[in-house]
Ligand binder design. Structure first.
Ligand SMILES: N[C@@H](CCC(=O)N[C@@H](CS)C(=O)NCC(=O)O)C(=O)O
Length: 222
């Protein structure tokens, strides 16, 4: 397919930041071409630099416009394809959705470095350092709070799927892979994310990838 939108991403198995815009674009049926640049290869950095001097994926090209940073890409898409409900419409819900999406973008470093996303591996339950436990608890508080206040009509943080869900989807996969025990509302929310057809498509495509990053260990199936 050739479209005027190209999303540059990294391996679906490992690239949590790439998942965010890919998931929302696929969920909202926005047609796009994708370029996958595998991480930790000799040419990774030079290949990414061809698309953005910031040197990180995801990167979106739309005609002559280039956007990088996952949250900026999602916000750009919400403006460009305004006929789709990328954000909640109610102003209070939208303000909250933007806030918790930004919190995800800016925070949870302890959790992200302790639990790299790896869609082809599961790990036994273990005790986590205090800063990781703090992140796990904060995220569940955010999910429970959004669901209780704004989630009424659907399975997602603000009822229907929005950018806020796209931002937290990689965390859902981490909680599953690392056997994190969740409260009931967070567990149900995680199931809703994992059941999304777009999420299942990404996971199925990850399973077929040829690359293995040694430092993250062999896939479970090998
Ligand atoms: N804040 C950035 C983070 C992007 C990021 O860290 N991407 C990783 C892949 S998940 C990357 O491009 N790594 C390649 C490198 O650092 O060479 C965003 O939200 O897009």
């Amino acid at each position: 397919m050739t479209t005027d939108l190209t999303l540059v991403i990294a391996n679906k198995t490992y690239s949590s930041w790439s998942l965010r815009p890919w998931l929302a674009m696929t969920h909202f049926d926005v047609p796009f071409d994708e370029i996958v640049i595998p991480l930790y290869q000799d040419a990774t950095s030079s290949e990414i630099q061809k698309h953005s001097p910031a040197g990180k994926v995801p990167i979106l090209h739309h005609g002559g416009i280039t956007v990088w940073e996952s949250l900026a890409i999602l916000d750009y898409l919400a403006d460009a394809f305004y006929d789709q409900p990328w954000w909640p419409t109610d102003p209070h819900a939208k303000a909250h959705a933007r806030t918790i999406a930004a919190e995800m973008h800016a925070s949870f470093g302890a959790l992200r470095s302790a639990m790299p996303m790896n869609l082809r591996k599961t790990y036994p339950a273990r005790k986590w350092a205090d800063d990781v436990t703090k992140d796990i608890n904060r995220i569940q508080d955010l999910w429970r709070g959004a669901r209780a206040q704004f989630g009424g009509g659907g399975d997602f943080l603000f009822g229907d799927f929005t950018i806020a869900d796209a931002m937290y989807a990689p965390v859902v996969t981490r909680f599953k892979a690392y056997a994190i025990e969740l409260d009931e509302a967070s567990s149900a929310y995680g199931d809703a994310i994992l059941s999304l057809p777009a999420m299942q498509k990404w996971t199925a495509e990850a399973a077929k990838e040829p690359w293995v990053i040694d430092k993250y260990g062999p896939p479970d199936s090998l």
